[in-house]
Each structure stands twice: as C-alpha cells, then as structure tokens.
Design a protein. Structure first.
Lengths: 211, 199
C-alpha cells in the first residue's frame, strides 16, 4: 500500500512538471504562473507564501529558474527522488522537441528559404535580447553603486566579447559578487560605530600624538 | 574529448549564472563561439527557435548546442543524444545540487546579509553582461559580410530591429515574442529572397 502510494505520488509529480515544461514558452518567468496554478491551486502541494519564498530562492541562486523551482517543489513533496523526477520531467519536453527540431535544422538549414527566414529573424532576436536587458534592469536598485558596477562590468564584458582582453565572463561575475560582499561588509562596519564628534577629536588627537 | 569539455563548460555556465534564461546567453555565446563549436549566427538561430518552442529557454539552447555539436563529432542519432546528455546534465547538476542544499538549510539562507550584498552588485552585472551579448549579436546582425570580405551595413535589418523592439516594448500595441519571430521570418523571406533576389 505504502509503496503504491509513493509510486502514485511520484507519477503525479512527474506528470505535473512534464505538463509545465510542455506548455510554457520562454521559460523562467513565463513558467511561474503555470507552476503556481498547478502546484498551489490545483494540487495544494505548497502554500502561496511558500511559492513567493521559493521564487526568491529560484531567482537568486545559480542555474535555470524553472529547474530550480521544480527541484524545490519536488524535494518538498517527495524528498530526493521527488526532486529528481520533477526536475527531469520539466526538462524532458524541451529535450524531445528540440532534438527533433535539431535533426530538421540539420536537414533544412541549408535551404534557401530557411536561410532567408533566419536572416529576417535575426533582427527580432537582437530586439528580444535588448528587451531582456530592459527587463532585468527593472530589478536593479537605482543607486550610484549599482550604476557604477554596471558601467565597469559592461566595459569589461565588451573587452572580453571582442577579444581585446579575453577575461572569462565567470571572473566578471565572481568579481562583482565579491565586490558587493566587501562593500556591504565595510558599510556595516562603518555603520555600526558611527563616529561621534568626541571620538573623532580623540582619533585626530592620537594621530597627532603619533606624529 | 569534446563531450567532456561540453559537459564541463555547461557545468560552469549552470554554476555561475544567476537569473536564468537570457542571463545565461552571454556565457553560452562566449563559450560556444570561442571554442569554435558554433558561429554567432547559429546561436541567434537557436535563440529564435528556443523562444518559439515550449520549455525553459536555457534548456532549449543547451539541447540545441549538444545536439549539433554531438552530431558533428560522432554523427547520427547516437552522437546527438550523447551531446544533448552532456550539455543538459552539465546545466542540470548545479541547479539541482544547490537547491537541494538550500532546501536542507531552509530558506533562511536567502535572508543572509552576505547573500543580499552579493546580489546587490550581481544584478547590475547581469544587465551589463546581457547588454554586451546584445552588442556582439547586433554587430553580427547589422554588419553583413560581403562576398569580397568587405562588411556593409544592413540598414533594412536595423530598421526592422527598431520595429521589433518597439513591438516588444509595447509601443502602441504589445506583441508576443513568438508572433514577432514568425512575422520576421516572413519578412526575411520577402526581403532577402524576393526583393534582393537572394544573397
């Protein structure tokens, strides 16, 4: 009985996330609405508040957002195996469909009409990517620090992209995270002990004494 | 061994990109183009296909890369399947492991000050990285290779790009990305095929 119930649960998890993978276009944020409907409203697996927490985690951990969400919900419902089955399920439609298209692309990629169509689509892809820039920009805190980091990393990334200084993009990401951590650390250190006028006078007094 | 290399590179991409989807694009483009696996133009074709097929965007792109590189290396369905397996499992492993660890540690991890500080500067960095990917892709799109090695400006492409961008941002009327892609494919056949008479 127990085993039967478990198998059924894993099957439901798998089927649910397979459907989510199959019916969302664009991934990530587009998927969230469907995941919420299936997992929160239909199955009652997690609460709405859990879903919000989960989103914050999925967005701010490395990796694919849809995959992060599936793994988390799967772990909550069915432990390790639940996490495994739901995360594989969410990827499977992609893998099947794109593999089929890959074979077709190989066959028809050299076709004149297909090439003209893709030439036309390239302008749209450039627009999609620029659109993504604006979307992510919305989540950025509007401060001098943010804008400075953006400017510096943009220049570094351009130098890398055009092979002028071939730094690995990973180092730009790591450097930026490290800078943020250090900045926060020193800011808090400074903020914890706001130097009073008295302390400042004694500090300058000491400095003078040192001289 | 190209398969191991592909697995390790996608592992790196999965481990170091935050924000999913388009945030992964700069790293994917940089990797596959610099390794000589694909051209920038092929990556752009994939982006269009990945956007107009179901499933997570990054998984679609990884499957496509694995499929093409595997097929070119070993040939046939077997090579393609092995390529897909290497690319997708590389992308999958960091996500899966990190989320399981955080699940065990409880979500308090995300409220940690250090994590918050890191994300404060990571977000503008992600914007900068996607913007740099845009610049390199725009350069490949709007500067067309002439037959004799010269480059000429593709004014029509630039104009169509501005229209697409306006449609996506909702100037007058917001259009769905898939609709924009399908329209652009039609316009491409019409302009490059019929009007220019093929290039």
């Amino acid at each position: 009985m127990m085993i039967k119930g478990k198998v059924k649960l894993h099957f439901t998890l798998f089927a649910t996330f397979f459907r989510i993978g199959l019916f969302t276009f664009g991934g990530g944020y587009a998927m969230i609405a469907l995941i919420e409907r299936e997992v929160v409203e239909r199955r009652n697996w997690i609460s709405h508040k859990d879903m919000l927490d989960l989103l914050a985690i999925a967005e701010s951990t490395p990796g694919v957002i849809a995959l992060n969400t599936a793994t988390f919900v799967g772990a909550k419902i069915g432990g390790f195996w639940g996490a495994l089955s739901s995360s594989i399920a969410v990827m499977l439609p992609s893998i099947i469909i794109i593999s089929a298209i890959g074979a077709v692309y190989e066959l028809f990629g050299a076709n004149k009409y297909v090439q003209w169509a893709f030439l036309g689509v390239r302008a749209a892809v450039a627009a999609l990517i620029l659109n993504a820039v604006f979307k992510v920009f919305k989540s950025v805190d509007k401060s001098v620090l943010s804008y400075s980091v953006m400017a510096v990393t943009f220049v570094l990334a351009l130098l890398s992209v055009f092979n002028i200084i071939p730094v690995d993009i990973v180092f730009i990401i790591l450097g930026s995270a490290l800078f943020g951590i250090l900045w926060g650390y020193f800011k808090r250190k400074k903020g914890k002990k706001p130097p009073t006028a008295e302390q400042q006078i004694s500090a300058t007094g000491e400095e003078e004494a040192d001289k | 061994m190209i398969f191991l290399e592909m697995f390790l590179n996608f592992l790196k991409i999965g481990l170091f990109t935050v924000g999913g989807g388009y945030a992964m694009l700069p790293l994917i483009t940089d990797t596959v183009v610099s390794k000589g696996w694909l051209t920038t133009e092929q990556v752009m074709d994939f982006v269009a296909i990945a956007e107009s097929t179901p499933g997570p965007f990054a998984i679609n792109v990884a499957t496509f890369v694995g499929n093409l590189v595997g097929r070119a290396e070993l040939g046939g369905v077997g090579g393609a399947a092995l390529g897909v397996l290497c690319a997708v499992s590389g992308l999958f492993l960091p996500s899966f492991t990190i989320i399981l660890i955080i699940y065990k540690l409880s979500s308090k991890f995300m409220k940690n000050k250090v994590v918050k500080d890191a994300f404060y500067t990571l977000r503008p960095t992600v914007v900068a990285l996607i913007a740099s990917a845009f610049v390199s892709i725009a350069a490949a799109t709007f500067l067309m290779n002439g037959g004799d090695g010269t480059k000429s400006m593709n004014w029509f492409g630039l104009a169509w790009f501005v229209l697409c961008f306006a449609a996506l941002r909702g100037f007058k009327k917001k259009l769905h990305p898939i609709l924009v892609i399908i329209l652009s494919a039609g316009v491409g056949i019409l302009y490059y095929g019929v009007i220019l008479g093929g290039i």
